[in-house]
Design a protein around this ligand. Sequence first.
Ligand code: 5AD
Ligand code: SF4
Length: 439
Amino acid sequence: MASDAQKTFYLETFGCQMNVHDSEKVIGTLISEGYRQVQTVDEAGLILYNTCSIRDKAEQKVFHRLADYKKLQAQGKKFGVLGCVAQQEGDRIFERAPHVSMVCGSASYRNLPEMLVQIEAGKRATGLDDRETDQCFETEFTARTNPHRGYITIIEGCDKFCAYCVVPFTRGKERSRTSDSVLEEARRMAELGYTEIQLLGQNVNSYKDPTGKKTFAELLAAVGQVPGVRRVRFTTSHPRDFGRDIVEAIDAVPTLCDHVHLPVQSGSTRVLAAMQRLYTREQYLERIQWMKGARREISITTDIIVGFPGESEAEFEQTLSLLEQVEYDGVFGFKYSPRPNTPALKLEDAIPDEEKARRLNVLLERQREIQRRRNLRHHGEVLEVMVEGKNEARAQWVGRTSHNKVLNFRAAAAPEIGSYVPVLTTGSFPNSLLGEMVV
Ligand code: 5AD
Ligand code: SF4
């Protein structure tokens, strides 16, 4: 019994979809090593946090968690820090939180089985990447949490080095999986009943097949043609590597979702250059034009950073004018947060926090208005949604459109979770649509 109790783990995930999917692979690996996943810290022998360090706030979360649970160490529980904070802080985590016994960056997950043996033996284990690794974390043990929609990582790491960004330091150099192994995983998932596949990468469209067989657009199309696959999404795209062939693939293959997330970060060419983004406002807008010219209407979303060092009021205004010009269907806005190791740390003219907050509010308010206006265009349309769940309190079903919008709807007969049903759109809000299932 005692050893059984020790072999339980609790895992909490912070950050992006890459982290969510890494956690699915880590869970699968732990289960194959004889561990059992539990849903509370109290039940667990091993407590793991898969961490994010993209902004300071995200990074602080793990240290709050670790401070909270110091007392649990007295009960013999062990703690492990995985992911981006682990990679960034390395052994310093042991100094800040001496009760932690494992620190492991994402490119070292392959070594988890050996590290687990070490910590079970009462030792400390550290797994950090040297930015030189060529290996991807491919495992047959992935424990996907959703039976209908699943992630596949096609490219790990990042070589772009945007001036504000910690990712090249936390996730190592860019390395792609072979198109054969991606397609094999997609086929296996389709056979298991998955109908939606999301291809993941920090710069997913920078994908370079090591065997040279397929471009990113060709791989997208091939995944979309796997029998049984009804929807394919991909995120996140980098504007520099966004080719017209991606738009052509979306036009040619109906299973490719008509949604592209294309982070712009700023509407000012001067700020983009300071951010080392490798494109101008005009080049970005050219890519938007390709999408606007598609046969199917493509929904476009973006990420924006306000208050990058030296961003003037006029430059911020250029970001606002870009919002109007593109008419995004969704924007993730962030206040610039200085990160360790990044070149932007050396820039002068920091923008005060209150001013960053003001700009963020203005940005999000402006965008809310655009989304309110844009969502009106769906009124009267019949859209196919994948049924994600039910909101019992509101007696509404929750669906997602190919455009990646949430469509809440009423239905005379209960639809199955994971099925695809047609819904007549009858109303909308800035962040969701409203409708009735068509029978
Ligand atoms: N400060 C604020 N936002 C950032 N992002 C990345 N690094 C930072 C930073 N240092 C944002 C970018 C990116 C998104 C995932 O997070 O907009 O696209
Ligand atoms: Fe956060 Fe970036 Fe790491 Fe994802 S890759 S968890 S966004 S720091």
